[in-house]
Design a protein around this ligand. Sequence first.
Ligand SMILES: *Cc1c(COP(=O)(O)O)cnc(C)c1O
Length: 402
Amino acid sequence: MTEIFRGSFTQQEPIPEAGIEAALKVMRGGRLHRYNTSPDEVGETALLEQEFAATVGATYCLAVASGGYAMATALRAVGVQPGDLVLSNAFTLAPVPGAIAAVGAKPVFVGVTEDLTIDLDDLRAKVGQARVLLLSHMRGHICDMDALMEICDGAGIKVIEDCAHTMGAAWNGVPSGRHGIAGCYSCQTYKHVNSGEGGFLVTDDVEVAARAVMLSGSYMLYERHLAAPPKEAFETIRYETPNISGRMDNLRAAILRPQVADLATQCARWNERYLRLEAGLRGTPGLRVIERPEAETIVGSSIQVLLLDWAPSDVQAVVARCAARGVELKWFGGAEPVGFTSRYDSWRYAETPRMPASDRVLAGILDMRVPLTFSLEDCDLIARIIRAEVGAVYQEQSTAAE
Ligand SMILES: *Cc1c(COP(=O)(O)O)cnc(C)c1O
């Protein structure tokens, strides 16, 4: 009997009841705007910022409209100007180069290794070109952050971390987002907490924090924050900083607070599923699992494997055969971007020379979401299906080669 998986790769869990209750309360009160608070009331957004700052051990936290907005705001707040070059990953998601373009700057793409992290040799070769690195921990893969920070500190490069896939993860015990000058997170439905849309910016830098608060559209109401700098920090910044509205609202904050409180539990559940998938896939001929370094605390909300140096038609065959059995794999090697799988050469507003070593890796990446609605048995089944279909195509390949 051919096994078929019938679950959905895009179905997240419901919002926790506590979040639904809190959201109803906000709606009944009618005070959804973060600064629309009655005397003595502390808004949900301000509380959420305080709680998220504590979760990652940051001094300051600003909740905003999206992860993309958090990144563009961080770039502005550290002083990126139109026309500047900003280093970033060749392997990432479209909102990352998009945030660089949003401030009028131009991305300089740095290659990806077979571990799916930023290529530190390529970074070393390019540090002279820019003063800021927007580092994307794409699909949760964290590079050697100690080595990266040494390179960047040595070259006077400010690092902004894109932690859309690493909320709850860490390197050598330091939470992701806490290595550089600022960390940016997404609260979009497919990330680790879900308010539909939303984001966070964290930093310990008082000026970056004050600028970000002004940029987000705080008018002169920054004293209503609980995780922003004291009012003295705004003395000149409040006159110099444009209001580029992108605030979080109390409704989303209400939905998010119980999820932030529960983050560690959810991360552990993701990792149970990830490890089951990884165990089921390991040792499949022709397929490589990504070995995760000991220093990395992962959050396995998605899994990637490599079919390195396979013919594109064979990778395509695997994707099609898995899809026919209900397993949705995304491929980063297709000629045309589909769904979420655009790559550096799809972003033609940032024309860049070809990167052959990265192309080789991208052409082999298969990517799969791991929603928490999957049971551990679902993970075993999915792994069996991928293993069988990769095996079947691999077998034909080697027979044809004989
Ligand atoms: C989702 C995502 C973002 C941005 O998040 P939005 O909240 O959708 O703007 C940034 N980087 C990566 C790698 C992402 O996957």
